[in-house]
Design a binder for this molecule. Structure first.
Ligand SMILES: Cc1cc2nc3c(=O)[nH]c(=O)nc-3n(C[C@H](O)[C@H](O)[C@H](O)COP(=O)(O)OP(=O)(O)OC[C@H]3O[C@@H](n4cnc5c(N)ncnc54)[C@H](O)[C@@H]3O)c2cc1C
Length: 433
């Protein structure tokens, strides 16, 4: 009993000392910031602590997954919403000297909330204000700051998306986002501003696909722009299991990575309710960098089982396809791309990526469908299968830090947080082993 009491007392004292240590570190961290930032851009305008009335809204603006937006989710001791490069440098230097952990956030789409939660006391360095995009048409290049948003999901941030690889629906024609990066600006752990030349090729290699936060703070990327035709074609066609989805997926596996590289067809199996019971519906979503008149014969020849018809296809300028891929109805004005906050709250998701190197046989597909249907409760289980091939097959595996092959993204859209545990242990383990 005595030893139990002693252990409890020890833990209590340890806890208290931990709190007071983190309180004093955060105080000295905050005091340190002005002396390391540019006086013409006062850093005081970008600091939010829990006593500030905007603290919670600043924190929550870029929390994209409601699993990590609860009263028990660990909160930062402060948020620095950098308005100037010197604010980034000051945050890094002052955090290092005061032993404060930094979480770096650009778009806030990290699957596990790693850009805004931590199990030790921490501050968030929020990059959303640093979001300029400078396009240079003559050289066909652009500088993109980390806080700019982009991607198939257009609220994903350039900071996390590019440093993690960045796949999009033109990857078969142009490779990943990182395959088009030619320079970057990074603040290192000593607060130094580096570019490709000063950081050296090793670090430049690592930040393209190896995750940015492991190496420094990405300020901006310089990328090569790619050309797209004035008009491109998209389609979104569904087949349920009863409509022969399994056969179509089998043929898709044979052609998706070898067909004309201008064509990208994503397969998206998900559970739906049909006639009072669950089944799997597979959506075939595609972008073709050309007109429908050349897509239809190409599909008839290479992928006849889908039975694509002219009326399934929609031609549009490439920029409008970003809305199509995001699921916005046809005719949605492009201005919604300027909306940086998520419209789908509350949203509970669990995502996991994996790779498939050889086609999944029919029996394997059928087992996957069965497992998807078996998942209980009201949650949606969705998988996204993104084919590579084309340009992706030409890029050496070690050109960047990103691993290459056919990518499968499994995602669970959850209604209740608890379901995640069930899925993680029962279903994910099945899918990923
Ligand atoms: C709904 C959804 C759709 C998605 N769609 C796609 C897709 O189509 N293609 C694709 O490739 N990926 C996609 N992703 C994955 C997404 O690209 C990654 O999760 C990416 O890391 C998110 O970047 P972010 O800046 O929005 O996230 P954040 O949560 O801000 O950051 C993600 C990670 O990068 C680090 N980081 C962020 N900014 C910086 C910086 N400036 N310097 C250093 N480190 C930084 C963070 O600390 C964190 O570890 C999707 C994710 C979701 C949730």
């Amino acid at each position: 009993m005595k030893s139990l009491l002693f252990s409890f007392l020890f833990l209590f004292l340890f806890f208290l000392s931990h709190i007071s240590a983190s309180n004093s570190s955060i105080d000295t961290f905050l005091e340190c910031l002005p002396s390391h930032s540019n006086p013409s851009h006062p850093i005081s305008n970008s600091i939010y602590t829990p006593t500030n009335s905007s603290f919670l809204s600043v924190l929550q603006n870029y929390i994209r997954d409601s699993r990590f937006n609860t009263s028990t989710t660990p909160k930062p001791l402060a948020i620095v919403t950098a308005l100037d490069v010197s604010h980034v440098q000051a945050t890094v230097i002052c955090a290092k000297t005061n032993g404060v952990k930094i979480r770096i956030r650009s778009g806030g789409h990290d699957f596990e909330g790693l850009s805004y939660i931590s199990n030790v006391p921490f501050v968030i360095l929020d990059m959303f204000n640093l979001r300029s995009i400078d396009v240079d048409i003559p050289s066909e290049t652009a500088f993109i700051q980390a806080g700019a948003t982009l991607g198939v999901c257009f609220t994903v941030g350039a900071g996390g998306h590019f440093s993690g690889g960045g796949y999009g629906n033109m990857l078969r024609q142009y490779g990943l986002s990182i395959d088009n990066i030619i320079d970057a600006e990074v603040i290192d752990a000593n607060g130094r501003l580096l570019n490709r030349e000063s950081m050296g090729e090793d670090l430049f290699w690592a930040i393209r696909g190896g995750g940015g936060a492991s190496f420094g703070v990405i300020l901006s990327w310089k990328i090569n722009l790619v050309r797209v035709p004035e008009i491109v074609t998209v389609f979104n066609v569904q087949r349920t299991l009863a409509q022969g989805a399994t056969d179509v997926v089998i043929q898709w596996q044979q052609v998706a990575s070898t067909v004309d590289r201008k064509l990208f067809i994503r397969v998206q199996p998900e559970t739906i309710q049909q006639g009072g019971s669950k089944t799997v519906q597979v959506t075939f979503i595609a972008l073709y960098l050309g007109r429908a008149s050349s897509l239809i014969p190409l599909m008839n020849k290479s992928f006849p089982l889908l039975g694509l018809q002219a009326q399934d296809c929609t031609e549009m300028p490439w920029i409008n396809t970003t809305l199509f891929w995001n699921g916005n109805p046809t005719g949605t004005p492009l201005e919604v791309l300027l909306n940086r906050t998520s419209s789908r709250r509350p949203y509970y998701g669990k995502h996991k990526s994996d790779y498939v190197k050889t086609p999944i046989p029919r029996a394997g597909l059928e087992t996957i469908w069965k497992k998807m249907i078996e998942v209980q409760l009201d949650n949606i289980v969705r998988m996204q299968w993104n084919p590579y091939g084309g340009r992706m097959s030409e890029i050496p595996e070690d050109a960047t830090a990103f691993p290459q092959t056919l990518l499968i993204l499994i995602s669970f859209i959850l209604k209740y947080e608890l379901i995640e545990l069930f899925i993680s242990y029962q279903t994910l383990r099945f899918f990923l082993t």
